[in-house]
Design a protein around this ligand. Structure first.
Ligand code: G
Ligand code: G
Ligand code: MN
Ligand code: NA
Length: 254
């Protein structure tokens, strides 16, 4: 109950902020996009990660207004990039299942993009595999609506849920992110290597891009590159960066 009050106050008093982690091409090192990650500057407690408060935000429904704040702030990052005159990279935002349950979600996001003059292709929404599986039919309709608006969709934490090939085949998503748990012991685990190979081959057959999460070592990066993963994200490239740092982050971009 106290946390709920504090979260309400956090929203009113602008205590939330976003950090941005680059997703890079494993073939040429260029920045493909940034993933926006929520942080809370809790007074007297320092900076909190979503692990500490997302569950309460979801239970209380506060994740809905917080979620719109996140999308708006991520669009602000895109606007800042547009002002630099350099190539603008898309921004990906994580969603909670409660946000998708709101019937007007797609319309509201569309209105927000229009108001902020951000092209829909520059926004990507990350939906976890387990969220998809909670209600496949609803997720399908929603994803189709969002796609029609030009917004990109990716499946997060892939490999931890239980989607079937036929379900994946029907989903109009752009990319799939292989969960960090498959990458962590990649160097020493032939089973994990085979899993990642199989997922990559399958996802490529569906015409989608594959992103590997949680890359921490060069060896992991080379293995993933050989396997044919398209993009990578992880501490090896960059930790989640503050807005100003993210604006300056170039990776191998010219
Ligand atoms: O950034 P960090 O590793 O602490 O994130 C922990 C988890 O919180 C991740 O699973 C991430 O997807 C989730 N998360 C980060 N930002 C947001 C957000 O804005 N909304 C939601 N719903 N989840 C987020
Ligand atoms: O569930 P999701 O994929 O949205 O989680 C993203 C989270 O993963 C972020 O909170 C981010 O801090 C964390 N993360 C990103 N790269 C790495 C990494 O290389 N290693 C570890 N351990 N965590 C990472
Ligand atoms: Mn994510
Ligand atoms: Na993930």
């Amino acid at each position: 109950v106290r946390l709920e009050k504090e979260l309400r106050l956090a929203l009113e008093q602008q205590q939330f902020f976003l950090v941005y982690q680059p997703v890079v091409s494993l073939t040429n090192g260029r920045v493909e996009k940034f993933e926006a990650l929520l942080r809370w500057h809790q007074p007297g407690q320092g900076v909190q990660s979503p692990g500490h408060f997302i569950a309460v935000a979801e239970l209380t429904g506060l994740i809905v207004p917080i979620g719109y704040w996140v999308i708006e702030a991520a669009c602000g990052f895109v606007q800042r990039q547009m002002q630099t005159g350099r190539t603008v990279k898309p921004v990906a935002v994580n969603l909670s299942v409660c946000q998708l349950r709101e019937a007007s979600f797609a319309e509201k996001v569309q209105a927000l993009l229009a108001r902020l003059k951000v092209p829909p292709e520059l926004l990507e929404l990350e939906i976890t595999e387990s969220m998809l599986m909670e209600n496949v039919d609803l997720a399908m309709v929603l994803i189709e609506n969002l796609k029609r608006l030009g917004i990109r969709i990716s499946i997060d934490d892939f490999g931890t849920g239980y989607s079937s090939l036929s379900q994946l085949r029907q989903l109009p998503v752009n990319a799939l992110k292989i969960d960090r748990s498959f990458i962590r012991e990649l160097e020493t685990s032939p089973v994990d290597q085979q899993m990642v190979e199989a997922i990559t081959a399958m996802v490529h057959k569906l015409g989608l891009r594959v992103v590997a999460e949680g890359i921490e070592t060069e060896q992991q990066m080379w293995l993933l590159r050989d396997i044919g993963c398209d993009h990578g994200q992880g501490f090896l490239f960059a930790r989640p960066l503050a807005l100003e740092q993210a604006l300056q982050y170039r990776g191998h971009d010219a």
